[in-house]
Design a protein around this ligand. Structure first.
Ligand code: GDP
Length: 730
């Protein structure tokens, strides 16, 4: 193996054809960490003493405890193919679906993905989720089938059966590409053994091969089989066919270099004018264009402060540059430009398009944001997260004097993980952290403890949502001075449209004609489709349905402020409202503008919206999690018992080798003590994970109690208000 110094690496990346940016994605436990570690050991850039050290990528102690990758690490590798040297940036992504936000952002920085799949388990739910996300970002996936040793040792498959088994996994993988890839990539991106876009191996035993390695080294399935048989030598196999050779060979051959990838990825991820100077520079990955970068990850270095890591799509970035943070219209100064050499961050002074710089000095930057040397350019498309924060806890320092340290620690963890939401309640002074699941919050509190702050936490609390099941109205509500009347209707909003509002496809700034077309295609009346007053990010909309009445235009802001208040805090339990389509039906304003200001129309609109929702069969929604449990056969009954005992359902059972996989769903509110109960019921032999699945109605049998508990916690009157408190008669 050759080793290279920093200046040699920089000279290689001077030629974009010799750069690859890729990531490893997998279902949890399929071997992503073990594989990444094996690649790192072969990097050719850092000292080989790191090789073999336990899970070097999992640098945090916490991750080692949990044996799970939480924080993505960046690693740069060197690889030689046919006499050419390549610099390969590997962006690690966590396997746990609670943190898919990180996976999603990492995909923005890379052009290719290696999908790791356990040979016994094959394509699993998360394999499907992450592969779909990669395809949606036009990131090209190739396949590495891991744990081949299990086929021999556990399933005892002879070589020819082994091949049949693997072909089926490949077929299933290509089916995902068929379903999720855009038409022009469906055929181009299917993987095959013949062209070397599929590799096989054992990350644990550090060997791997694909068709190209087979040809070069003369290895066959028979050799693999023999290596694991009596008298066989797996170490020799790893020397002859090291894993990194198979995987990095695939990356160099089948993943595009950044200049090639940006030609087709930019139109997907950046919606500015492609014929403008910036558009052209982005498409061409042009070093001489304006600087445009997207941050995909922030970490806080105890010595150096915030580190912003991302993909530089155009131009150069160098020490001392002033840069615009496009999303927040702020500015920052790049203190120093760094690049990863192996897994070490090193100052390099400057970098050019197509690379993954790590920037120091940008205090106000956040993951997901766009940076540019030009102010006011269109930002990159928003990242779409598959999860929402559904669980929260209150935290406070054990000793009041630690409050500043707590605030500092919270600040750091939210910089590093933008999917954690920290809210400080102005009235009570209470600090609340919201996350994607119980485990997500456990990790957040462990990180605070790492910062040596003693904290007291509340019981976890679930976030609920409110929606309606029927239409109602028009009803009328008067303003506090009784001189203005607002007439309001509501009906359930089509789920597809609600989703487009939540993910930002439908927003205030979008061209009115385009909005009208989308809504008409979804079945809206043509006139209505042109009269949207507001898209509310929670997935609600207000339409202007008034005909020929005066003063609507100048009253719009006041009415919308009342509307926003009513969907921020719903009528049942003051939880967020989703999926409602309001129509502002009619308006009888006071003649004198002094009597129809915000203080009159705001409350009138809020009362009208709340009142009409109360008449529309309102429901409380709770977050439901998908759960997947792996256990030996004799434990199946116990696991099914645990799930159904927690208001859950078992949806599917599958045997994969000696392990059985039980999938089901259960309400998030029942998962607080799940670890303990599952451990107790299965003698610690169950492996499981959960992910956010859907918002579902709270069952009637417990509805009154759940609403009562939330209202009590919020200091509200115990009873849900009645419509007549909000609705007025003539
Ligand atoms: P990740 O969750 O995808 O990062 O998976 P890890 O790399 O942490 O691996 C999960 C488990 O599978 C660990 O216990 C590994 O030792 C084991 N493992 C990884 N690769 C192999 C392999 O090739 N063969 C076998 N039998 N086990 C493996």
């Amino acid at each position: 193996m050759k080793f290279k110094a920093t200046d040699q690496i920089l000279s290689i990346i001077g030629n974009k054809k010799n750069i690859r940016n890729f990531g490893v994605i997998a279902h949890v436990d399929h071997g992503k960490t073990t594989m990444s570690d094996s690649l790192l050991a072969s990097s050719g850039i850092i000292s080989p003493s790191v090789a073999g050290q336990a899970l070097a990528l999992d640098s945090m102690k916490l991750e080692q405890d949990r044996q799970m990758t939480i924080v993505q690490a960046n690693v740069t590798l060197l690889y030689e193919q046919n006499g050419e040297e390549y610099v390969i940036n590997m962006i690690d992504t966590p396997g746990h679906i609670d943190f898919t936000g990180r996976v999603t952002r990492s995909l923005r920085a890379i052009d290719g993905a290696v999908v790791v799949s356990d040979s016994v388990e094959g394509i699993m739910t998360q394999t499907e989720t992450v592969t779909r996300q990669a395809l949606e970002e036009r990131v090209r996936p190739v396949l590495y089938i891991n744990k081949i040793d299990r086929l021999i040792k556990e399933l005892r498959l002879p070589p020819e059966k082994m091949q049949e088994w693997l072909l089926e996994i490949i077929t299933n993988f290509n089916r995902l590409i068929d379903i999720y890839a855009e038409p022009e990539y469906k055929e181009k991106w299917k993987v095959s053994i013949q062209d070397g876009s599929v590799s096989f191996g054992s990350a644990k035993d550090k060997w791997g091969f694909n068709a190209d390695v087979m040809k070069k080294k003369g290895i066959s399935f028979k050799d693999i089989y023999e290596a694991y048989s009596e008298g066989g030598d797996v170490k020799k196999l790893a020397e002859k066919a090291p894993l990194y050779d198979a995987v990095l060979g695939m990356v160099v051959k089948h993943h595009p270099s950044p200049d090639v990838a940006q030609k087709y990825r930019i139109p997907k991820i950046w919606k500015g004018d492609l014929d403008s100077d910036i558009g052209k520079a982005l498409l061409n990955c042009d070093d001489n264009g304006p600087t445009v970068m997207m941050i995909v990850n922030m970490t806080v270095d105890p010595a150096a402060g915030p580190v912003a890591i991302g993909r530089l799509f155009s131009g150069r970035i160098k020490d001392g540059d002033r840069i615009h943070l496009i999303d927040t219209k702020r500015e920052g100064r790049v203190q120093s430009v760094n690049f990863f050499m192996g897994n070490q961050r090193e100052m390099v002074g400057q970098l050019a398009a197509g690379n993954i710089p790590a920037l120091l000095g940008l205090e106000h930057a956040r993951a997901g944001q766009t940076l540019s040397s030009v102010a006011g350019i269109p930002a990159f498309e928003g990242i779409q997260y598959v999860s929402e924060p559904v669980v929260q806890i209150a935290v406070e320092p054990k000793h009041p004097k630690d409050l500043p340290r707590l605030v500092e620690a919270l600040n750091r963890i939210t910089i590093e993980d933008p999917n954690l939401v920290v809210k400080i309640n102005e009235e009570s002074g209470e600090t609340v952290i919201a996350g994607m699941g119980v485990l997500h919050l456990e990790i957040a509190t462990a990180l605070i403890a790492d910062a040596k702050v003693d904290i007291v936490t509340s019981q976890p609390l679930i976030n609920y949502r409110e929606t309606i099941r029927a239409g109602a109205g028009p009803i009328m509500s008067k303003s506090p001075n009784r001189h203005n009347k607002i007439f309001m209707k509501v009906e359930p909003l089509d789920e597809k449209i609600a989703e487009m509002i939540r993910n930002g496809t439908l927003n205030e700034y979008k061209d009115k004609k385009e909005v009208a077309k989308i809504l008409k295609d979804a079945g809206w009346d043509g006139d209505e489709a042109k009269r949207v007053m507001r898209f509310d990010i929670r997935g609600n909309v207000m339409v202007d349905g008034t005909k020929g009445v005066q003063f609507v235009g100048e009253s719009t802001d006041s009415i919308l402020s009342g509307f926003e208040d009513s969907v921020k805090e719903g009528p049942l339990a003051r939880e967020q409202v989703r999926g409602c389509k309001f129509t502002f039906h009619h308006f009888v304003p006071h003649e004198d503008p002094a009597h129809r200001g915000l203080s009159q129309l705001g409350p009138a609109a809020r009362r009208a919206c709340t009142g009409v929702m109360l008449l529309s069969n309102p429901v409380l929604l709770e977050p439901t999690l998908g759960i997947e449990v792996r256990v030996p056969q004799e434990m199946i009954g116990n696991v099914a018992g645990v799930i159904s005992g927690k208001r859950g359902k078992v949806l599917n059972m599958e045997q994969k080798g000696v392990i059985h996989i039980i999938s089901g769903e259960l309400p998030a509110s029942e998962t607080f003590d799940l670890s303990e109960i599952m451990r107790g019921q299965t003698a610690g032999r169950a492996m499981w994970n959960t992910h956010f699945k859907a918002w579902t109605p709270v069952p009637n049998s417990i509805l009154t109690k759940v609403i009562g508990d939330i209202r009590k916690r919020k200091g509200l009157a115990p009873e849900v208000p009645t419509p007549d408190e909000y609705v007025d008669s003539e």
